[in-house]
Ligand binder design. Structure first.
Ligand code: 9Z3
Length: 327
């Protein structure tokens, strides 16, 4: 294969670039949680997947009022996390605050078919003037399947949720998690579904206070965010099975750019998706293989999710590539 990636040069350059993002206050606490979670999963001989989910915010002021953001809802990450849990993987879920969460997402649905927390309960007046809170009986079948899955995961301590808001938090937590799974060797996976900002304003260029509109439209110079995929795949989580995502809006670029990423970062899989069809069509691209996962109209109407197919496909590839002996 013709490969333009120079490990030492590119990875070192990105490592330096991470130093430009000051570590979040909670970094040590998060690190401790992640390390002890990994120890627990090791002792229970479980596979572990690090799932990243949601978009990263890029502050425009130190005391942040405004920031640059993106569209990501966390659907992909939270749905995939559930399917990995169902398949017996423990999950480190690094997610953007207020985006969708595994299990809880089923209670946040919009539209007439969806279940919201407010629809599940009813207040009943009692003869003594008090009120009783009752669960709406019609909601019990749907609620009980979500609750059963959630409680089982909770009892078995299979899910660790780490929250971020900014790009800076995200980059540091990703490093912590990717390094922490090292002892798991080949039974670890990294699933990078978060929509990571490509541009940011460096700390030294940020104004301390809210940008004043009276001064006219600001001119903001953005810098390129270093791609950490090389660090994850070549350094921090070197032996793990690494899955990245490529999002485009122009179909003619999609597969070409996904392939370039695979060659450049030398990881196992790139999932290519277009913004408009991301819920129903995913291209799974590896060095040897290219297949398309489709969720049909009928499957979609029945509540199916393309993430179920994706996770099943990735688990199979993980087993084949690394010949992991499952417990
Ligand atoms: C994706 O492509 C995800 O599939 C989506 C999921 C963000 C589209 P939602 O959260 O959406 O379910 O609403 N994620 C990765 C996009 C990305 O930032 N990729 C980088 C790039 O394209 C590669 S690391 O450069």
């Amino acid at each position: 294969m013709n490969c333009s990636f120079s490990k030492s040069k590119d990875v070192e350059a990105d490592e330096d670039a991470l130093a430009a993002f000051s570590p979040p206050k909670l970094l040590d606490e998060v690190k401790e949680k992640v390390l002890s979670f990994v120890q627990l999963q090791l002792s229970r001989k479980r596979k572990v997947v690090v799932v990243t989910s949601g978009g990263t915010a890029v502050p425009l002021e130190h005391k942040t009022v405004r920031f640059i953001d993106n569209f990501s809802t966390g659907t992909r990450g939270s749905a995939a996390a559930e399917y990995f849990l169902q398949a017996g993987y423990a999950v480190i879920f690094i997610h953007r605050r207020k985006t969708l969460m595994p299990f809880r997402r089923h209670l946040d649905k919009n539209g007439s078919k969806g279940l919201t927390i407010l629809d599940m309960f009813q207040l009943h007046p009692e003869s003594d003037g008090s009120q009783t809170l009752r669960v709406d009986q019609t909601q019990i079948p749907q609620l009980s399947s979500v609750l059963t899955a959630y409680q089982s995961v909770k009892d078995q301590e299979m899910l660790l949720c780490i929250e971020f808001i900014t790009l800076c938090d995200y980059l540091h937590y990703l490093k912590v998690a990717a390094e922490a799974i090292h002892p798991l060797g080949r039974s670890a996976m990294v699933f990078l579904a978060a929509a990571v900002a490509d541009f940011y304003v460096p700390g030294y260029a940020l104004p301390e206070h809210k940008i004043q509109s009276a001064n006219g439209p600001p001119v903001i110079h953005l810098r390129q965010v270093p791609k950490m995929l090389g660090n994850v795949a070549q350094q921090w989580a070197e032996v793990a099975f690494v899955v990245s995502f490529k999002l485009e809006t122009d179909h003619s670029l999609l597969v070409k750019k996904a392939r370039e990423a695979l060659v450049k970062y030398k990881h196992q899989v790139v999932i290519a998706n277009l913004l408009e069809s991301r819920r129903t069509k995913l291209e799974v691209i590896t060095v040897e293989d290219h297949c398309t996962l489709i969720l049909s109209e009928e499957e979609l109407n029945k509540g199916g999710e393309v993430e179920e197919k994706l996770v099943a496909d990735l688990i199979q590839r993980h087993e084949q590539v690394f010949r992991v002996t499952w417990n």
